[in-house]
Each structure stands twice: as structure tokens, then as C-alpha cells.
Design a protein around this ligand. Structure first.
Ligand SMILES: [Zn+2]
Length: 240
């Protein structure tokens, strides 16, 4: 079956020869895919639009000689407006990097794909706080992958915490730490009761129905947590 038709989004591209690009695609049915896009840099190429970052569409791929090649693409969305807002673009690009780290070749991942498209749509088309949208994306991405943080009980002793006791989060074990257990640990991150309540609400009712916490959503904490779970750093300088 040399031709495959699939939904996909471009996570990144790299120049390849004079007129070509190598695309890193994320498909809900194929996972992460490297595909050569021949001639896309030539003026007037019909493949130029679908070889850009964030290009989302129905790609026809040809498999042969041990690699995939883009044959054509019916674009659904380019998320072009992201390019006009540097802050949103930074966070949107970071979400692509997170998906590149999480998506694996030949591993379907419809939930992560849907989460990415929805989160990019929020950033691109709705007036929302980019840090909150990205933090919610990280939280749901972790939950989808089976790494939902513990936001009610201490990860060390298992005791249920009262709201006024919520101060510390352990990115390594993935959850709250009670005041007693925190005295024996030095790697803890700060977390306010309000931030914790925000994360619980986002998981239950979704970001659209959750008010942003005063100050910023706990994006740095969630990024650190996800990186611990994935066992790889994801560049996020200047984001949180
Ligand atoms: Zn404890």
C-alpha cells in the first residue's frame, strides 16, 4: 500500500537540498512521521503552504525506498494568525515541541492530536491568556499519557490535604506534598491553593469553563512535571 491518506500537522521542517523540506508530521493515526516534501520551496509550488509550521490538513503520503514523501495535501487550517503575535507564536511553537517529544512513530494518538488542534485554535482564534492555554495543554497532555498529577493527596504519605496545607508540589513523584513530608525534601516546587484548584477544575470541566488563577497558571510546574515523566527536557526558555 504505497499511498496513505491521513490527517496531520507539521511540527517542524528542515531545509533539504535546494528546493525541498523534510517535515516532521504528527498524525492521529500514524503518530510522528518524517516525510520529504519535494519541490515545496519552488515559487508557486502547491506544496509550500502544507510544508509550513502548524500546517494542518489531509496529507497523501507515498511510501517507497524506505521513506515517506508528501504527494499532496488538502489544507484544513494554517493557523496563520499566530505569526502576527510573537507571544502566542512562542507558546504555540512550544506545544509543537511537546507533541514532538510525546508522539512516537507508528503509535496512533488521537487524544493528543485533538488536544493540540484545540489548544492551537484557542491561541489563534480566541482572546485567551497564552500561559493559561499552554498550562492547560500540558496538564491534559500529561493526563492523556497516564501521568495525571495527584492534586488532593500527599504523594509521599497518602494523606488528604486541606486547602490551607497546599504549598508544595513534587515534579518527580507528580503531586502534592504535605507540610510534614516536605520538611525532608529539597526538590519541591511552590504551588498555591488557588493554582491547585485551577488544575483540578481544568481536568474536570476543561479550560473553557475555568477562570484563570490570579497571577499566572502553573505552567513552569507542569512543564517540569511532564519533562520528568518523559525523561527528556523540552526547551522553554522565556516562556514561564
Ligand atoms: Zn505527606
Amino acid at each position: 500500500m504505497p499511498h496513505i491518506t491521513c490527517q496531520a500537522i507539521v511540527l517542524r521542517h528542515a531545509d533539504y537540498r535546494e528546493h525541498d523540506r523534510m517535515l516532521t508530521l504528527f498524525s492521529p493515526t500514524l503518530g510522528r512521521v518524517e516525510a520529504l516534501c519535494r519541490g515545496c520551496k519552488k515559487i508557486g509550488s502547491p506544496l509550500l503552504a502544507c510544508s509550513e509550521w502548524f500546517a494542518f490538513g489531509e496529507y497523501v503520503l507515498y511510501t517507497g525506498k524506505g521513506r515517506m514523501t508528501v504527494v499532496s495535501c488538502q489544507m484544513n487550517e494554517s493557523f496563520f494568525a499566530l505569526r502576527h503575535d510573537y507571544d502566542r507564536l512562542k507558546y504555540a511553537t512550544y506545544m509543537l515541541s511537546v507533541c514532538e517529544a510525546m508522539a512516537q512513530p507508528n503509535e496512533p494518538n488521537l487524544h493528543l492530536f485533538t488536544l493540540l488542534i484545540r489548544s492551537l485554535s484557542r491561541l489563534c482564534f480566541q482572546e485567551r491568556d497564552e500561559k493559561a492555554v499552554t498550562a492547560a495543554f500540558l496538564l491534559h497532555a500529561a493526563a492523556i499519557s497516564g501521568y495525571q498529577p495527584r492534586l488532593s493527596h500527599c504523594v509521599k504519605c497518602g494523606r488528604r490535604l486541606e486547602e490551607k496545607e497546599i504549598r508544595h508540589f513534587d515534579a518527580v513523584d507528580g503531586g502534592l506534598v504535605c507540610p510534614e513530608c516536605s520538611e525532608m525534601m529539597d526538590r519541591l516546587l511552590s504551588l498555591s491553593p488557588r493554582e491547585n484548584a485551577w488544575m483540578r477544575d481544568v481536568l474536570v470541566v476543561g479550560i473553557d469553563k475555568t477562570l484563570c488563577p490570579e497571577g499566572d497558571a502553573p505552567g513552569a510546574l507542569l512543564a517540569a512535571f511532564l519533562e520528568e515523566r518523559l525523561e527528556k527536557p523540552i526547551r522553554r526558555k522565556g516562556l514561564f
